[in-house]
Write a protein that binds this ligand. Structure first.
Ligand SMILES: Cc1cc2nc3c(=O)[nH]c(=O)nc-3n(C[C@H](O)[C@H](O)[C@H](O)COP(=O)(O)OP(=O)(O)OC[C@H]3O[C@@H](n4cnc5c(N)ncnc54)[C@H](O)[C@@H]3O)c2cc1C
Length: 512
């Protein structure tokens, strides 16, 4: 085992040896190489874990960055690199001031491995970054950001229908690669979201009721562990870690460098966006009744928004039907009988054109989103609470939204213990989103945050105590229960087996 008294020189020497080894073995470390790496890291790691929060300031010359840079195929960005600030920025702007000391722009699995070994050798905190869309800014660090976003190649084998994705692929890469083949996976609608974060936490999207969650289509993943081992995980290899990679969320066990998905064929779809400004409780009830009985070919999101500068609320639905306009109209007839929408767009088109209709760019913003899984239809009291709370929104310069995404269908063909995603058997996942700008004063944002907390707490009695780990929420109490429920014990075992030193940690990570 490692000696806690190792001096800095021996740690650096060990790291150099590791880097040389890594250069000899590109991606995929043999068993023999792994044993050498394990021994090297044990020497190199010195103290268990890195000194979270005690890193030197950005730009410090005291660490041998050149040594790390020399070991990488990709670039090492330092604070004076022209791209540094842009690459470091997270989607959630309230965390943008937390800057890394350097960013390893990994081009290969070996780069990921070298970055992991280097940061442990020098006790530099590390974090993985793919799409940067963590709601809580959990892919930021004051240490080394191990950024895999350049590893975004997507390769589709038409003979098997399998899609092989680099660990840093985003939804946009999936869109571009799948379109020519007329195939798809369950993806999100924000093109910039990383597939890594999406699939590791489950992955909801308009295809999930017909084809399952994003993680349900995962067949295999490659992951580099803290000790430098690169493993293939599937139903047949390292199946416990594969189980965990389907729902436990990013940043808990290692850095995933590749994903293999099964794809499905897509044809013509009817997409829709409809809005109502009156009789919202009745319209909500009619829409919910329709949605909960709808075929699995319907994917739908319902939003009620309070927007700055407007009076009154707007209720809207957005989604797709793998079917015709007539079939959609038939589904919506009972809703039209309550009230015709004040705005409506319904169009039939090929699947990937339909995704352009549905997609959002997902520009960085100030936002806090809090979720609740909903096991069954919402009662009139629940609907009244949602409307009352939105009408009582203190207000920012942007908006506050309550929304649900329709679940059920193929999601429930697996049981809650089949993958780490425990939230199967729910009718919907709901969330409240608060958005603001830098011009809203901190004190006023705080008033809004208190409103958000009260609203979130009030909704628990109508929904559940379970929350979506991909809508990760730094304010959530009892978050391990909320995200993982009965799967938590097994996840902790997996954590102990694959990351016993808790190298991969953040405020809400799975503990050893
Ligand atoms: C605008 C927007 C739209 C969204 N839409 C959807 C949606 O439609 N469906 C849905 O399910 N979710 C959606 N989400 C939530 C999204 O799935 C999560 O925020 C997800 O974690 C983002 O992944 P990322 O790779 O972009 O984020 P990052 O911030 O890069 O990573 C998120 C977490 O995963 C870790 N991580 C990153 N890369 C890796 C890796 N390669 N290996 C291991 N760990 C890694 C990070 O350290 C961090 O803890 C949306 C979020 C936003 C902001």
């Amino acid at each position: 085992m490692f000696d806690a008294n190792d001096d800095a020189d021996s740690r650096r020497a060990s790291h150099r040896a590791e880097v040389e080894k890594a250069a000899r073995h590109e991606a995929g470390v043999s068993r023999r190489a792994f044993l050498r790496a394990g021994a090297g890291v044990a020497l190199a790691a010195g103290l268990p874990g890195w000194l979270s929060g005690c890193a030197t300031s950005p730009g410090s010359g005291s660490l041998p960055w050149a040594e790390l840079a020399a070991s990488l195929q990709g670039k090492l960005l330092l604070p004076d690199s022209p791209d540094f600030r842009q690459v470091a920025a997270p989607w959630a702007l309230q965390y943008a001031s937390k800057l890394p000391q350097a960013i390893a722009m990994c081009a290969s699995e070996a780069d990921v491995r070298n970055s992991l070994l280097w940061s442990q050798a020098y006790d530099v905190p590390l974090v993985a970054r793919s799409g940067g869309h963590s709601y809580a800014g959990y892919s930021t660090t004051r240490g080394l950001m191990i950024n895999v976003s350049q590893m975004h190649a997507v390769d589709i084998d038409p003979s098997t229908g399998l899609a092989r994705l680099g660990g840093g692929s985003r939804n946009r890469n999936v869109y571009a690669a799948c379109r020519p083949f007329g195939r798809a996976v369950t993806h999100g609608r924000c093109k910039e979201v990383g597939v890594a974060g999406l699939v590791l936490g489950g992955g909801i999207g308009f295809n999930m009721r017909a084809h399952g969650l994003t993680c349900d289509g995962l067949k295999e993943t490659r992951i580099v562990l803290a000790d430098g081992r690169a493993l293939t995980c599937s139903a047949h290899e390292n199946s416990d870690l594969f189980w965990a990679c389907r729902g436990a969320g990013g940043g808990n066990f290692g850095i995933n460098t590749g994903f293999t998905f099964e794809t499905f064929e897509v044809g013509e779809y009817t997409v829709f966006e409809l809005a109502w400004a009156e009789r919202l409780a009745e319209v909500f009830d009619a829409l919910q009744t329709m949605a909960l009985k709808a075929p699995d070919t319907l994917g739908m999101k319902l939003s009620i928004v309070a927007r700055a500068g407007t009076t009154g609320l707007t209720l809207s639905i957005l989604g797709q039907l793998a079917g015709t306009r007539d079939q959609l109209d038939a589904l919506l007839a009972p809703v039209y009988a309550v009230l015709r929408p004040s705005k409506q767009r319904i169009e039939s088109m090929a699947y990937w054109d339909a995704q352009e209709f549905l997609s959002e760019e997902g520009y960085p913003e100030y936002s806090h989103e809090r979720s609740r899984f909903v096991p069954e239809s919402l009662s009139p009291a629940a609907i009244a609470t949602i409307l009352d709370e939105l009408r009582a929104w203190p207000g920012t310069r942007v908006a506050a939204t309550w929304k649900f995404f329709l679940m059920g269908g193929a999601i429930d063909r697996l049981s809650p213990a089949d993958t780490a995603f425990v939230h199967r058997g729910n009718a919907m996942v709901s969330s409240i989103e608060l958005e603001w700008t830098a011009q809203d004063s901190p004190a006023w944002v705080e008033v809004n945050q208190r409103w958000l907390s009260r609203f979130h707490d009030r909704m628990e009695r109508y929904t559940s105590s379970f929350c979506y780990q991909n809508f990760i929420d730094p304010a959530q109490q009892d978050y391990l229960h909320a995200y993982y429920g009965a799967n938590l014990g097994r996840l902790r075992e997996v954590k102990r087996r694959y990351d016993p030193k808790n190298v991969f940690r953040y405020p809400q990570s799975i503990p050893v």
